[in-house]
Design a protein around this ligand. Structure first.
Ligand code: XLS
Ligand code: NI
Ligand code: NI
Length: 435
């Protein structure tokens, strides 16, 4: 059964192609900086956006046409959606996917029944993965939609709700393990507060850490060796989320001794909401050895919420790929399109235009980043900018082998320092040479 009858398998046709159903820049087998583009990117599609997002917004209901979906909460409907999703993955040529437990299988308001449904659907997903040669980038549990989680899951004031969330995490980990998932993500949709008047922040943070430790220990027990991630986001739906940005997440992980067990899954639109650039967030994570995976999207500068748009900004994709190359590439992570079409783009073929655009934008970003690196002027400039630290007083400070008195004596015997220009505009011009 063909669910996207008007869409061919998307192929690379090169920059001169005018075919909207073709890649102009993403050429999966082309080698860039020593690796195929496919292996650099490790693109993933988000089950929740592709299959479950009706494109409603706070002012209006769903618009997306999903002729394959009977809108029921049945397992049959869930199984059918999975078939459609894998047809989509084949046609768009994406190797990985990500899901929440409740995207793929129904929430049945009873843990035993919901677990049973998840078991049935993941059996089917496993068969589809094998027959379509697709892989799970990461799995996760939806701990934010159901009303029981309205006041948090791991950070709920109610211990029974925490327990429910923990049991759901267990089932989602079992599912991820069964599907050979390369990672498992915690995004704390409601792990924050609406007002501090009713909130014991210290206790809630202790509980959130307890949930993560329970998951880490359980993973060890079942032999799940995938990477755990925590995904920062500052707000929405909560007023303040505890995992508000990369620095806050790292502080949390350090405080609770979790640095060896979790890395960060960074999302561009979340960086924007936190008042940071994505480059900032990635740099913070990379410097801590904790850059794990990326939710590839972008936000709108004019709308104050998580619009989850497909990434089209070449400056953004170039800066992301510069850091990914600097890291030496993804290991367990990848570029997961946690992105949705605009509400006005309601036809199934729009799913393809959206992903083609994101993949081509990252292909151009990868090529630009690789060219900037092999050109060497940018890195050379930064190296030179800090050169004074490689000798004299700089070396002594870095090696902590000098006192304040000795530094003072050094300054008294030296001329006024001459500082060189930061050359921001020249460097911006340099980057634009390659975009
Ligand atoms: C929502 C988050 C979510 C996570 C997975 O804003 O990005 O989609 O990636 O729970
Ligand atoms: Ni995300
Ligand atoms: Ni998001």
């Amino acid at each position: 059964m063909q669910h996207f009858p008007n869409v061919p398998k998307i192929q690379y046709e090169g920059p001169s192609s005018r075919n909207p159903f073709a890649f102009k820049h993403y050429n999966p087998d082309e080698i860039v900086a020593g690796k195929t583009m496919r292996d650099h990117m490790r693109f993933g599609a988000a089950y929740w956006h592709v299959m479950r997002n009706g494109l409603s917004d706070p002012f209006g209901g769903p618009t997306a046409l999903m002729p394959w979906d009977d809108q029921s909460n049945s397992i049959e409907n869930a199984l059918k959606r999975a078939d459609v999703f894998f047809e989509f993955l084949d046609k768009i040529d994406i190797d990985y996917y990500c899901f929440h437990d409740r995207d793929v299988a129904p929430e049945l308001n009873n843990l035993a029944k919901s677990n049973d449904a998840l078991e049935k659907v993941t059996d089917h997903l496993l068969a589809l993965q094998k027959s379509h040669n697709k892989k799970l980038l990461w799995g996760t549990a939806c701990l934010f939609s159901h009303p029981r989680y309205s006041q948090g899951a791991g950070t709920s004031p109610n211990a029974e709700v925490f327990a429910y969330a923990a049991a759901q995490v267990k089932a989602a980990l079992d599912a991820t393990y069964k599907l050979g998932g390369e990672g498992y993500t915690f995004w704390g949709g409601r792990e924050g507060y609406s007002t501090l008047l009713n909130t014991d922040m210290k206790r809630e943070l202790d509980h959130l850490a307890a949930l993560l430790w329970l998951a880490v220990d359980y993973a060890k027990k079942i032999g799940f060796t995938g990477q755990f991630y925590i995904e920062p986001k500052p707000r929405e739906p909560s007023t303040h989320q505890y995992d508000s940005d990369a620095a806050a997440c790292l502080n949390f992980l350090r405080q609770y001794g979790l640095m060896d067990h979790l890395k960060l899954n960074l999302e561009t639109n979340h960086a924007t909401l936190a008042g940071h650039t994505m480059l900032h967030e990635i740099t913070v994570a990379l410097d801590a050895g904790a850059l794990g995976s990326i939710d590839a999207n972008q936000g709108d500068e004019l709308i104050g919420w998580d619009t989850d748009q497909f990434p089209t900004d070449l400056y953004l994709t170039t800066s992301i790929m510069l850091k990914v190359l600097e890291m030496g590439g993804f290991t367990t992570g990848g570029l997961n399109f946690d992105a949705k079409r605009r509400r006005e783009s309601h036809e199934p073929e729009d799913l393809f235009h959206a992903h083609i655009g994101g993949m081509d934008a990252f292909a151009r970003g990868l090529k630009a980043a690789a060219a900037i690196r092999s050109d060497g002027r940018l890195a050379g400039f930064v190296e030179k900018r800090y050169a004074s630290w490689n000798e004299g007083i700089g070396t002594k400070v870095e090696s902590k082998s000098v006192t304040l008195e000795e530094i003072t004596a050094h300054v008294l015997a030296s001329p006024e320092p001459v500082i060189a220009s930061g050359r921001q505009e020249m460097l911006e011009n340099l980057v634009n040479e390659f975009i």
